[in-house]
Design a protein around this ligand. Structure first.
Ligand SMILES: [Zn+2]
Length: 363
């Protein structure tokens, strides 16, 4: 099956360009693109009012003089119910996330296509002038008052396995079941936090500790090198990561990455092939090991180190969000997002978010 047929929560932050090589490599910690002041927005309406549809995909934006910044497509309106949901979602976000959301250059909504719903987080490097922007896009189909966080997690697993819309196959997967009432705003908040997390990873250059990281051509070393210890050191095969560092992370693309823990290793292509043949034994085993173990907060977190970082940020946001706590059931096991964040391994990852300044609302 075609891998790029799966493009839901795409992320991106793009490859090396010759243009950047003409300028000297930066040597000091990056200055955040989340700049300016935020107006008081107690009901989230100002945030929601800024949203617009876009057809642009930063993956195709080009570099240098060819670069085209993603822009609003006014021919497709964001509907009033979509804006209301966005506003209510904003209200639920912890202050440190609001402080980033209100400083986005633009918040976009995307239309679904045949490949699925998809959103993205995009940080504009200096090789894409003006090189000061930071953008998040969320899929229009996610802006519906239906899903719970558990259902969204299950949908992500379906997309990863290529069984979206195949009810018979989905019935054979062990599913997360919500323990609390449906809370669509929290489900949307999770999706938004994921995409924002990708933009924050690039903005802080968190994964660019190694000077061979392609982003180091345009962005200096991160203010804390914690990614190497707290993410790679705890959970990942460091050699594989360091030989395959990228600025661009597409959904469901493991690259060459593998978890350090043998019990949690998997090859997503093979799991997809098995799923296509209706075989779910291995994937159900893996889901169980991930949810029972202390290492990865979610299934997508186990795909690659960048997703591990981003999903940890997402789960931290969900645990700090206003309102009810997020709890699931997996088989007989009860899962609490807040409790999972307290394992020694995950706590170390959360402390890395803090060291990078991602748990404060200031630029
Ligand atoms: Zn992602």
């Amino acid at each position: 099956m075609k891998l790029n047929a799966l493009f839901p929560f795409v992320l991106l932050v793009a490859g090396y360009s010759a243009q950047a090589a003409e300028n000297p490599r930066p040597t000091s910690a990056p200055v955040s693109h989340f700049q300016g002041t935020c107006e008081s927005d107690p009901d989230g309406r100002k945030f929601a009012a800024r949203a617009c549809y876009t057809r642009d995909n930063p993956a195709d934006a080009g570099y240098g003089a060819e670069y085209k910044r993603p822009a609003c497509d006014k021919s497709v309106p964001v509907t009033p119910p979509q804006r209301q949901l966005m506003a209510r979602t904003y209200v639920r976000a912890p202050d440190y996330m609001k402080g980033k959301l209100c400083r986005l250059t633009q918040i976009f909504v995307t239309e679904d296509n045949t490949e699925g719903p998809w959103g993205w987080g995009y940080w504009e490097g200096s090789d894409r002038p003006p090189g000061t922007g930071v953008f998040v896009a969320i899929s229009g189909s996610e802006l519906k008052k239906v899903a719970s966080v558990a259902e969204r997690e299950n949908e992500t697993v379906d997309l990863l396995l290529g069984v979206r819309g195949e009810k018979k196959k989905q019935a054979r997967l062990v599913r997360l079941k919500p323990e609390s009432a449906r809370d669509p705003e929290l489900a949307i908040l999770g999706g938004l936090a994921h995409e924002l997390g990708h933009a924050l990873l690039a903005d802080t250059n968190a994964d660019g500790v190694d000077e061979h990281h392609p982003r180091r051509e345009i962005s200096g070393p991160p203010q804390s090198p914690c990614f190497e210890d707290a993410i790679i050191g705890t959970s990942w095969d460091a050699d594989r990561f360091h030989h395959n560092m990228t600025r661009w992370v597409a959904f469901g693309d493991q690259g060459h990455n593998r978890p350090k823990n043998r019990e949690l290793r998997f090859n997503l292509y093979r799991l997809r092939e098995r799923a296509e043949r209706g075989r779910f034994d291995r994937v159900n085993d893996l889901l169980e090991r991930i949810y029972r173990g202390p290492e990865f907060v979610t299934v997508p977190a186990a795909i690659r180190p960048e997703e591990d970082f981003v999903e940890t940020y997402k789960e931290k946001v969900l645990s700090d969000a206003a309102g009810q706590s997020v709890e699931f059931r997996f088989g007989r096991q009860k899962i609490s997002v807040s409790a999972r964040l307290k394992s020694d391994v995950v706590d170390k990852k959360v402390e890395c978010l803090r060291a990078l300044g991602l748990l404060t609302g200031q630029p």
